[in-house]
Write a protein that binds this ligand. Sequence first.
Ligand SMILES: [Zn+2]
Ligand SMILES: [Zn+2]
Length: 327
Amino acid sequence: MLRFAVLGSGSSGNSAVVCHGATRVLIDAGLSARQLEQRLLALGIEPDSIQAVVLTHEHGDHVGGLDVFCRKRPLPVYGTRDTCTVVGEGLKSRVHWQKFEAGQAFTVGPLAFDSFSVPHDAVDPVGFVVSDPSSGNRVGILSDVGQVTTLIRDRLKAIDTLFVEANYDETLLQNDTKRPWATKQRISSRHGHLSNDQAAELIVSVATERLHRVVLGHLSRDCNTPEVAIRAIHGQLVKAGFADVHVECACPKHPLPLREAARHAPPPGASPRLSEADGDATPADASDDASPRDEKAEARPPRRSLRSASPQPSESFPGWQQGEWAF
Ligand SMILES: [Zn+2]
Ligand SMILES: [Zn+2]
């Protein structure tokens, strides 16, 4: 079973974890080592069980905790050749570099990683599709990208969960008085970051019936809000006929719950609609709950309003608080 969680996302630090059985892989390590450890533990993941770190690019908000995290546990670190070179220059700890060329695939245990180039102001930035060959489930990772390319659209087809940055709202960026004009130009340039509208257009263009969840990341503190981002993206998904895709924002301060990447397969004889009402339950939840499927579905409120699409203070994850979410 392929599972995915964002440990934290924003200009202060980015990291996510993808799991399959006993295989756990960090994607970026931009939080402090202490925060990485605490947030992994909050998700029930022992930090020493991490088997590898995979890097998207060398910016500090993606690698800032790597040195200390790897000091305690020498790990294989996967990155493009240039990314490894630049990151390695600033590292004191010894890591086992696993270099690849953008566009190449590699495996970590049973997980397959397909990399692809993305435009961003880094030496050789990449995105990934992480897949579990046994189930075919796929998670797309697209963080820090200035422009959506044909290659990106092509590689992100047929994914179950997509993590994508939604950095800024165009109006809020234009009206922002803290940033000089040159900085705004860099953010919105082809090698900067994606706006909400650009992210929405991409998501709709790659959405298929199997798309289950979209996690928005790297939201600007001043030029975006979770409400604005979710409204923009979910609104476009609804218009395109994908109203049942769950959209949520990653938070800088707390991890999101570890969730199964793909939709649950509908049980024999049940309608797909009823099974989708169970979308947030872990498989353990589903199997431990002996109540008939139809009763479970009827007991739940309708979930596809904007509020139900946004992250709620989670009963299954008490560390997630609404007040923290609205950072
Ligand atoms: Zn970056
Ligand atoms: Zn970044």
